[in-house]
Unconditional design. Structure first.
Length: 311
């Protein structure tokens, strides 16, 4: 499995599996199938409510002798109702317990927005508006650093953070974030954010790389998989549109994490290392960017809402 080096010299596999929106009971089999195909990078989160299944899939393949724990790169995320510094370590331990593993490879702050604490993971007021609280994500970051110092996690990073927020974390950090995980596909290619992060030694993980056709996307959302230019390139390279997009995103400098529970598609998405998109064709895909966002975190009125600036 090809990998890139993170800023602490850790290997980060360049293609992963996102387990978001898996049906109950589906994630364990998905992980097992993916490991058999050759995937070594898996992405989950507390809010996906499938950490137990993802961990079970990994452990089953370790028990079979197919992989060792150190072959697998596993990401999970701190949810927004646990942003207070004192809550971070205990929440991380909760994820570890669910996963049934001894350590997490990468732990991310899921969004910079802090939600009201409590049992409700999406706390809303009487008008159905998400309830946020004033917790500085820089303090949350200090809790993330404690997770590394305690040996609970190997790497820490961010998700859905904009350039200004990343800069604030970097100014205060004693352990640098290695990754910023953001939505990224041909219609939102994140060129400026990628360049900004690259200058600071931060890798972009691309979620919803295919435009989330079966998860978040609405029927009215423009679909990259149907794009005429991408269909044309798929024909030219004798590949599927999904393979063209994933190959493009790797050449674009990101680590894409597509989601699929279909074994045939898992295999197809993995078969992208035997060709390269030409400079001209990559430029043609760059030109498809329309800055359209499919996934938008709740809390638009919060001061830490990340998408009010260009990148």
């Amino acid at each position: 499995m090809y990998s890139v080096k993170l800023n602490n010299n850790c290997d980060f596999p360049v293609l992963g599996i996102n387990t978001y929106a898996t049906k109950q009971g589906e994630a364990e089999q998905l992980v097992k199938d993916a490991i058999d195909i050759g995937y070594r990078h898996f992405d989950t989160a507390m809010i996906y409510r499938n950490e137990k299944e993802v961990g079970a899939g990994i452990k089953a393949k370790i028990a079979e002798g197919v992989v060792k724990r150190e072959d697998i790169f596993l990401t999970t995320k701190l949810w927004s109702t646990y942003h207070r510094r004192e809550k971070v370590v205990e929440t991380c331990k909760k994820s570890l317990s669910e996963l049934g593993l001894e350590y997490i490879d990468l732990y991310l702050i899921h969004t910079p927005i802090a939600y009201k604490e409590g049992d409700d993971l999406f706390p809303k007021d009487s008008n159905g508006k998400i309830q946020t609280i004033d917790v500085d994500y820089v303090d949350t970051w200090k809790g993330m650093e404690e997770c590394v110092k305690l040996g609970l996690v190997k790497n820490i990073g961010l998700s859905n953070f904009n350039s200004q927020q990343i800069e604030r974390v970097l100014q205060a950090a004693t352990i640098k974030p290695v990754v910023n995980q953001v939505e990224c596909h041909p219609y939102l290619n994140q060129s400026k954010l990628i360049a900004f992060c690259k200058e600071r030694g931060i890798v972009i993980t691309a979620y919803s790389p295919l435009g989330s056709p079966n998860a978040i996307a609405k029927q009215t959302t423009p679909a990259p998989l149907q794009d005429p230019k991408l269909l044309q390139l798929a024909k030219k390279y004798n590949k599927s549109v999904a393979q063209i997009i994933l190959r493009y995103l790797i050449q674009h400098g990101t680590v894409p994490i597509p989601k699929s529970s279909n074994r045939k598609r898992l295999q197809e998405n993995f078969d992208i290392f035997d060709f390269e998109i030409s400079k001209e064709d990559k430029a043609a895909i760059d030109a498809l960017n329309i800055n359209i966002r499919i996934c938008d975190p709740s809390g638009k009125d919060d001061k830490n809402y990340p998408f009010n600036i260009e990148y």
